[in-house]
Design a protein around this ligand. Sequence first.
Ligand SMILES: O=c1ccn([C@H]2C[C@H](O)[C@@H](COP(=O)(O)O)O2)c(=O)[nH]1
Length: 330
Amino acid sequence: MTIYKDAQTAFMEELRCIIDAGETIEVRGETTRELRARLIEISNVRARHVIVPHRHNNVFASIAESMWVIYGRNDLDYLGAYLRRASDFSDDGVTWRAGYGPRLRDWNGVDQLSEVVKILRSDPASRRAVISIYDPDRDFVASRDIPCNNWLHFIVRDGHLDLHVAARSTDIWWGFSGINTFEWTLLLEMMARWLGHDPGRLVFFSSSLHLYERHFDKASQVVLAQPSSGELPNDESQARFDTDWERSSGEFEEWMRLEAQLRSGHELKQLECRLTDPLLIAYIRMIDVFWVAKRGADPDLLNQLIREVGDSGLTAAATEYFGRRHHQQH
Ligand SMILES: O=c1ccn([C@H]2C[C@H](O)[C@@H](COP(=O)(O)O)O2)c(=O)[nH]1
């Protein structure tokens, strides 16, 4: 297993390994470089931002998709507004058939997050707090969307909650760095709060970790760019998730209500915001920034809204996103 302190270092170093040692494999006519059976630890799960030149990460899409998954949704009306490629992975143009949300929150009526909370509250040393995502009943089919992340295991050791994830297939460029490390570190931070433990480490197993040929040039630039992760925001200046399990569904519902309002043309300052969770407040402010920018705000207002998010990691990620767009336009 290779141990990394944060998601960004994991992305850059694994990318370097793929470029140096990946095997060339063709899948459905696309050339990839692949490493198999990769085991990756991210030690500080709050350091989930990937702010690397040439990667062009969209932090707004990472937030929107992670909240969508953890709340239990799979509709494209929402996701497609943040992720342009979302419809490419849909069979019906309406949902993601294999979206993780409903599988996590409503697997034939079972809320797997709730079950994990119950198991680890009653027996903190338990080895049984498992979540299944892959479903043999539904997934041996021809589809644009077969779940890539298949199994999650929460385990409490030394007062810390760890999350072990097993994935069959991971695109290091869009999947690993764009969403998978973000969503699972976020879920781990939330679950740790619900159980009253400190968040421990994310351990991510990928059976096939790969890079598509269309990303080869950009990937070579990324590994040469060498951003210092010492410049990443420190933990203390970042908003934390701080809501009990019992109150979380109400907070999530309020967040989803506000998101729908922002998507339909309102601005956050016009709305009554009943959120109390510091991290969810920071995230909804980011969604506000996204829509205000999309509708053509002046740069001073945008900078002010970005500062008001009040989280150094999010501010850095948003600033990089808009700075890069500015460079591209000029
Ligand atoms: O959460 C996800 C979902 C998809 N993928 C990538 C992995 C593959 O490159 C592609 C799916 O292709 P198949 O493995 O199903 O062929 O999407 C991820 O990395 N993470």
